[in-house]
Design a protein. Structure first.
Length: 191
């Protein structure tokens, strides 16, 4: 087993659409360095595993093609089924690739209670939960448009309540406030 298969820190990011999860994941990665740290996406392995199980072209499922649209609904159902059988299924897949050899993981897209529980249960001492918060008007300036069926679904609202976040990062366009949040997080990572 590789020395870093057990990470030193697992930074679990959650936030609404266009709150800045990807943006902040990149900032954290930049601060910690790619030698030590990697971004792991929970949404990535779903398509990969679906393609594998159904003998489909993974690359074509990733782009904005008709091909993907043909399978979208079935892929969503398949994902739900897998998660119902095994809530940690996609979390486990996301942490089984080369990136997970790094000693610090940034999970950039936790969406459900079961995602947070998975990492807290499996990496109890290393897990740090982070909520990225942006006001609705700021999110709208970044292109957010409320979409029924997405923004009122579990995948968007599952973590609105019920988690005692270790850190809440405010990402409302004030650089100092954002830096303060990230600095506080990095202090926890190194403590
Ligand atoms: N502090 C910031 N300064 C400048 N641009 C920002 C900042 N935060 C976010 N953005 C920009 O806002 C847009 C949305 O951010 P991002 O993609 O990180 O959000 P997200 O939470 O990952 O969204 P989604 O859930 O839709 O993937 C991006 O273009 C990003 O570059």
């Amino acid at each position: 087993m590789d020395a870093y298969t057990i990470p030193k820190a697992v930074i679990i990011l959650s936030g609404k659409r266009k709150s800045g999860k990807d943006y902040i994941s990149d900032l954290i990665l930049h601060r910690l360095g790619t030698n030590n740290c990697a971004i792991l996406r929970l949404s990535g392995p779903l398509k990969k595993q679906y393609a594998k199980d159904h003998n489909l072209d993974y690359e074509r499922l990733l782009d904005a093609s008709e091909y993907k649209e043909q399978f979208r609904q079935d892929m969503i159902c398949w994902g739900e089924e897998k998660r119902n059988q095994d809530p940690g299924f996609f979390c486990r897949l996301a942490t089984e690739n080369e990136s997970s050899q790094k000693e610090i993981w940034i999970i950039s897209d936790a969406r459900r209670q079961s995602d947070v529980e998975y990492f807290k249960e499996n990496y109890r001492k290393a897990a740090l939960t982070v909520r990225v918060h942006s006001n609705i008007d700021v999110r709208e300036q970044r292109g957010f448009v409320f979409t029924q069926g997405i923004d009122d679904a579990e995948s968007e609202c599952g973590l609105d309540v019920g988690v005692d976040w270790d850190i809440i990062i405010q990402n409302n366009g004030d650089q100092q406030e954002l830096d303060d949040g990230i600095n506080k997080l990095l202090e926890l990572v190194s403590s």
